[in-house]
Design a protein around this ligand. Structure first.
Ligand SMILES: [Zn+2]
Length: 249
């Protein structure tokens, strides 16, 4: 780290749990953020400000006026531009030291496998079950920790699925692939803007902890937020021994 980096990251380096070593681990790390919307915006902005050395952002959507109420990486001027590129500009303005790769593409299983294999941690900031399951399968197969967040209306949830520990559940243990969960889209249900900030920031916190190997992650726990009454509930999540995704791993 040069003098400018020591200053930029000084409030992290001051923390005993982080120090130079933890900050260096972040600088050496590669995070994959899937979705540059409501959750992906704050999550990626904190990863960038905290100095994660390489961030890959994936999103195939373009910035729409209706996104700006909550997707804080984007601006009015960038309506119509690809979200991944818009978010990349924001991250590089926050921190020009890091590398940000913006992928304006819809990823299939093969592409996900390729991208996940290159990452140290994966943040699922998407909004539909099909992609969530595809991301989970790729993370289990590659043995990469997955930080998963979701928000709809006034409700949020977050958990970590860490296949590096054989005892931990995967996303599919919690939400089986063959169960028909209805996708409830923000476009029809609405979403309270700051809740994506709360959950997205927590996803960044969990990802940073995983990259530095500090503290205890949310693996094996699901936290649910009732934003209307501002109450958190934390429940234990067990591994499903018959889970078609992780049981064979
Ligand atoms: Zn599983």
């Amino acid at each position: 780290m040069d003098d400018s980096q020591l200053l930029r990251y000084s409030r992290h380096i001051l923390l005993d749990e982080i120090g130079i070593e933890g900050q260096q681990a972040l600088l050496d790390a590669h995070a994959l953020v899937i979705g540059a919307g409501g959750l992906g915006s704050p999550a990626a902005m904190y990863l960038a400000s905290a100095g994660v050395g390489h961030i890959t952002l994936v999103d195939n959507d373009t910035v729409d006026l209706t996104n700006l109420q909550r997707q804080i990486a984007h601006t009015t001027q960038r309506v119509g531009q690809p979200k991944a590129e818009s978010a990349r500009l924001t991250l590089q303005q926050i921190n020009p030291d890091i590398t940000v790769t913006a992928l304006n593409e819809r990823v299939d299983d093969a592409r996900l496998a390729q991208l996940v294999a290159q990452a140290d941690v994966v943040l699922d900031c998407t909004d539909n079950f099909a992609t969530r399951h595809a991301v989970n399968r790729a993370c289990v197969a590659a043995g990469k920790p997955l930080v998963s967040g979701a928000v709809i209306r006034f409700d949020g949830q977050i958990s970590v699925f860490d296949p590096r520990s054989g005892a931990q559940p995967c996303y599919s243990c919690l939400f089986p692939q063959d169960q028909k969960f209805e996708d409830v889209a923000c476009s029809t249900m609405g979403v309270f803007a700051p809740l994506v900030g709360v959950v997205g920031a927590m996803q960044a916190a969990e990802a940073l902890k995983l990259l530095m190997g500090v503290g205890a992650s949310l693996a094996g726990r699901l936290m649910m937020l009732d934003g209307l009454h501002m109450e958190w509930t934390s429940i234990g999540v067990a591994r499903n021994g018959a889970c078609p995704v992780c049981a064979a791993q």
